[in-house]
Design a binder for this molecule. Structure first.
Ligand code: ADP
Ligand code: MG
Length: 261
């Protein structure tokens, strides 16, 4: 039987913002498990709560109620110091606007997470060079962000997100500033690295075309999960979605674990 390997287990997660007298329900009642080594696409319109969900998973904000359990430990029980360590140790980020430091070279930008973890210089430069190589930027290591194209800057930021060997990488609209061709290259790159190293990848987007790159698409609407779509079953389904769903129910994705694990 298929064994669930939860990285995150979210139970009745709710986030309400207060703006003066007004209450904004950013997340209403979220219940979902994110498994180790799987890639997810969080799909929903602007304002549906996608970024809020990432912020909660990253421990940048706390839920108003409910629980987010990471590898058996509820995040809401951690203090600020523990949360900072949690982010350093387990999490990588890719942003729409790349968020590279303009005065540092590509290599220096990639080493930043390793500096925070006090990895010695020689070791961190080696790790960062290897990471730049895997994103195809070996010959741009001395360039500063302004001397790189948008796609190249996003490659540097992908290298920075993965250099620490995090358990999970969050990407919030990572291709929002890129053209279609670069978007597809970037999605191949980021999902390829995550699958190779059995890392969980959670990509936030409002672009429905990107969901084909993920194992599962999670549709978010008005702060709730509307439905979860299994993309592999959809692709494998013989003729039409009905048959695919019937198949999926009969044999719960036996080959899938092996491919990812
Ligand atoms: P998405 O990323 O899907 O576009 P967000 O998670 O950013 O959506 O926002 C969900 C809702 O919560 C929106 O209505 C937004 O205006 C509101 N919101 C998000 N962050 C804050 C905040 N810090 N203070 C008040 N309201 C917020
Ligand atoms: Mg957002």
């Amino acid at each position: 039987m298929l064994k669930l390997n939860p990285l995150f287990d979210l139970r009745n997660v709710r986030k309400v913002y207060r703006m003066g007298d007004e209450k904004i329900v950013a997340l209403d009642d979220i219940n979902i498990v994110f498994e180790k080594g799987k890639t997810y696409c969080l799909l929903g319109k602007s304002g549906s709560g996608k970024s809020t969900l990432l912020n909660l998973l990253a421990g940048l904000e706390k839920p108003t109620s409910g629980s987010i359990v990471f590898r058996g430990k509820p995040l809401e029980k951690l203090n600020e110091t523990q949360l900072a360590l949690y982010r350093q140790r387990y999490i990588g980020f890719v942003f729409q606007s790349y968020n590279l430091l303009p005065t540092l070279t590509a290599l220096e930008n990639v080493t930043l997470p390793l500096i925070f973890r006090r990895i010695p210089k020689r070791s961190r430069n080696g790790q960062a060079r290897a990471m730049l190589k895997s994103v195809g930027l070996t010959n741009r290591s001395k360039h500063k962000p302004a001397e790189l194209s948008g796609g190249q800057q996003q490659r540097v930021s992908i290298a920075r997100a993965f250099v620490n060997n995090p358990s999970v990488v969050f990407a919030d609209e990572p291709t929002g500033n890129l053209d279609t061709k670069t978007t597809m290259e970037m999605m191949d790159l980021i999902t390829g690295i995550a699958r190779e190293h059995e890392q969980t990848l959670i990509i936030v987007t409002h672009n429905t075309e990107l969901s084909q790159f993920a194992d599962q698409t999670i549709h978010i609407r008005d702060g709730n999960i509307e439905r979860v779509e299994d993309n592999e079953n959809k692709r494998e389904g013989a003729n039409g979605a009905g048959q695919a769903i019937a198949q999926a129910e009969e044999e719960p994705e036996p080959e899938k674990k092996e491919e990812i694990a």
